[in-house]
Design a protein around this ligand. Structure first.
Ligand code: THU
Length: 140
């Protein structure tokens, strides 16, 4: 069976996430991250990490991108891409997996990339199995 779904714009997502990473405010970790999200209208929303001298108050790139999506009227995340330079692929932290879960399905692709390449391809369900979500509260 052939799929009628349009291909996902991975090149544009990677470009947006890499550009956002350039804006990272990460003076404490020196670990710059960019994220890009595709919404249900085909728009891309990007974010960078924004750290804070009170360390736990820092924001991950994915959280900033989600804020942009919601502020723009987006309601769903159809694809996510995270960019960071590390020995292993940079995947969303646990808290951001849950934040994405609010707007994404188990089969939503969540890809990792560095400045050159795609480094990992996961689904949200693989990163956050048996998750708690809006459906548990009757809000599916
Ligand atoms: N960080 C993100 O922004 N997203 C991730 O997926 C992993 C971690 C940030 C948080 C902190 O500013 C820095 O990377 C080091 O943990």
């Amino acid at each position: 069976m052939t799929s009628s779904l349009p291909p996902l714009p991975w090149d544009q997502l990677a470009q947006a996430a890499r550009a956002a990473r350039e804006r990272a405010y990460a003076p404490y970790s020196d670990f710059a991250v960019g994220a890009a999200l595709l919404d249900e209208q085909g728009r891309i929303h990007a974010g960078c990490n924004v750290e804070n001298a009170a360390y736990p108050q820092g924001l991950c790139a994915e959280a900033v991108a989600l804020g942009q999506l919601v502020l723009s009227g987006g309601t769903r995340v159809l694809a996510a891409l995270v960019v960071g330079e590390a020995a292993q692929p940079v995947t969303p932290c646990g808290g951001c997996r849950q934040k994405l879960r609010e707007f994404a399905a188990d089969d939503t692709p969540v890809w990792s990339a560095d400045l050159q390449d795609i480094t990992a391809r996961h689904t949200l369900g693989a990163l956050l199995p048996a998750s708690f979500g809006p459906d548990h509260l009757g809000k599916a």
